[in-house]
Design a binder for this molecule. Sequence first.
Ligand SMILES: *[C@@H]1O[C@H](CO)[C@@H](O)[C@H](O)[C@H]1NC(C)=O
Ligand SMILES: *[C@@H]1O[C@H](CO)[C@@H](O)[C@H](O)[C@H]1NC(C)=O
Length: 368
Amino acid sequence: MAFETRTWLVLHVLVLFVTCFMQHCFVNGQTPPVPCLFVFGDSLSDNGNSNNLLTNAKANYVPYGVDFPRGTTGRFTNGRTAIDIIGELLGISDFIPPFANIVGSDILKGANYASGAAGIRAETGKHMGANIEMGLQVANHRVIVSQIVARLGGLPQAQQYLKQCLYYVNIGSNDYINNYYLPRHPLYTTSRNYNPEEYAQVLINQASGYLQDLRESGARKFVLVGIGQIGCTPFSIAKANQGTQGCVEKYNADALIFSLKLRSLVDQLNGINLDSKYIFVNSTAGSIDSSLGFTVLDKACCLPRSSDGMCVPNSRPCLNRNEYVFYDAIHPTSAVNNLTALTSYDSTLAPETTSPMDIKRLAMLNIS
Ligand SMILES: *[C@@H]1O[C@H](CO)[C@@H](O)[C@H](O)[C@H]1NC(C)=O
Ligand SMILES: *[C@@H]1O[C@H](CO)[C@@H](O)[C@H](O)[C@H]1NC(C)=O
């Protein structure tokens, strides 16, 4: 039964791609439902914002980008990120530029503020060097919004425009991996101050404040992504060194507490802000395995550094990249990103992934 379901999923994924590429993913000549996309997050979404920061948490070298049309850009995978593919499915032409080198009229299509190792908390990931934490990403967005106001000739026009955009927020893993789980590092005291339940709540409260800031900057359509199986990355498994096989269940359990609270926040915000719509994306829904063509689930495709799980510069990646779940010891391959993007875009492919609606329906929603 499970096998048949997944075979069915593969077929539909293929059909959707064919349909998309023939029709550019929107119906016969209509303008795309979403004119712009703003992206907030970490290395899963970073497309070059960390390249010029003083940090080890950047992917501006080979073998990152070996399958990306423009080669190495700072994306932490071999090809496109999930949000790249979601943008394409939405019919947005060209990739959303990174905030770090955005120019001119590009800003009307949106901006990507995501930064490798960044978290909701300001101190998160800073042992690796600089990163742009969520609070700064939101502040950077205010800069772009003021430029959009100027470009469109006034606040009312800008508000009318900005409310049609999608605001995609995918952040939180680093608040665990590069903060809570590093109790011996002097930067990180969170595990002494909070139990997992309290910590998840502290993170959600802080993120909720930033979401309110975005709303005050004109955002109305939000995509909020839960944390994935952070206990199942080759890096986590190697670090925990439990002498046993398989995922670090404590990590996954903590991540689930966070994600359940995020889902509740989505329900709560939908109840309060009736002029806005929030959706939750479950990053752990559905399984990725051999029935989908993935045969290597627990090893990096490139040669990972033991210190941080990133690819060793100039190392040669595996050739059968579509069969690997992980590109380095932390980040998924673009084959996995394809699936992630499709299942969050169209819920007919995987109804349990999004609630209360998928990205496609959120995009088409008329916000008054
Ligand atoms: C996500 O989906 C998985 C599998 O269906 C489920 O066990 C989990 O509770 C869901 N997570 C959230 C936050 O709803
Ligand atoms: C993702 O899907 C696109 C469109 O069908 C395809 O061109 C690309 O090869 C896929 N990437 C991977 C890594 O599967």
